[in-house]
Design a protein around this ligand. Sequence first.
Ligand code: NAD
Ligand code: TDX
Length: 337
Amino acid sequence: MDKTRILVTGGCGFIGSNFIRYMLSKYPYIIINFDKLTYAGNLENLKDVESDSRYTFVRGDIASKADLASVFEQGIDVIINFAAESHVDRSILDPDTFIRTNINGTFNLLEEARKREVKRFIQISTDEVYGSLGKEGKFTESTPLSPNSPYSASKTAADMLAMAYHKTYGTPVLITRCSNNYGPYQFPEKLIPLIITNALEDKELPVYGDGMNVRDWIHVIDHAVAIDAVLHKGVLGNVYNIGGENERTNIEIVKLILSILGKPESLIKYVTDRPGHDRRYAIDSSRIKRELTYSVTTDFRKGMEDTVKWYLDNRGWWERIKSGAYLEYYDLMYKNR
Ligand code: NAD
Ligand code: TDX
């Protein structure tokens, strides 16, 4: 059996938990999930794999060198860094933790990778590092980095550190930059789960600005498959864009959810725009498709119907989140809009 030991940071969040489940179902690897359990980390997301002997959970903070040292002493072959503060609106309200986790945390992981000679370090980045597009064009891997929010600036800084470690120390870094994910276990502060769960509760659906901002949506499992390809076939030092080939305006997404649920459009409420709101993201994924023979397989309509069904079938999961501390943030976020 292959005893490769993979450290997945942030594995209790949305993408990390889907990725761990996917990897355990496909490979014999040992997975160590290292997560701080912030408001966004939830042990329930991986309840079904807890008894798998190849899986271990370690509570820890990537911004703490001491927490990291103890996990690295056990031996790590591969690092996949999902751990991050991930919500743009929160980064606008309170950027501090974004700098600490996304920049200092990634720096600490790179230092461990350098000292302990891990075989691969995959930095999970985002298309937001490229900034905003007008009506035409797509981000390629060589588009200049031009982040607009504290969140995307912190992710850009982490990418630059990772690339500098590759060039200076030969650290075996690979970077992925994916577009907007959707699917099960996404925290209900992000557009799609917020709209689904608010609609189920017959609450207002806040749409920022004119609702015409465009995102390129990808199912979280298609993202997991792309990371799998980068892990096994990616060339060290490369950046790989990952897109869903599925550009939609926000208002289209909201109306699609309402039509799947059979709820009225009168729930929609246009609210004050997000400051510095990026207008359009579109990804050119030709490199990963061509060089790593990757393709997206989830049909968007089917993926959205399955996602809506997941939130219907897992009401307890999101009701517990929405009745807790998250409410405070929600009130702060939407009270003056
Ligand atoms: P998420 O907010 O759902 O999960 C983040 C996880 O990281 C949580 O489990 C949290 O507890 C953990 N975490 C936060 N700070 C930590 C720290 N200091 N130490 C250890 N763990 C910590 O985020 P997500 O949507 O799953 O995003 C995962 C990664 O993918 C992020 O790096 C994000 O930038 C990137 N990304 C997200 C998207 C998207 O659409 N959601 C798209 C592209 C890239
Ligand atoms: O209530 C809302 N109303 C609204 O109109 C929310 C929460 C969002 N929006 C808009 C803002 C964006 O144009 O919907 C779009 C999507 O918003 P988010 O779900 O917050 O995602 P976004 O800001 O695009 O960032 C996401 O994709 C890239 C992730 O949160 C990041 O972690 C990832 O890097």
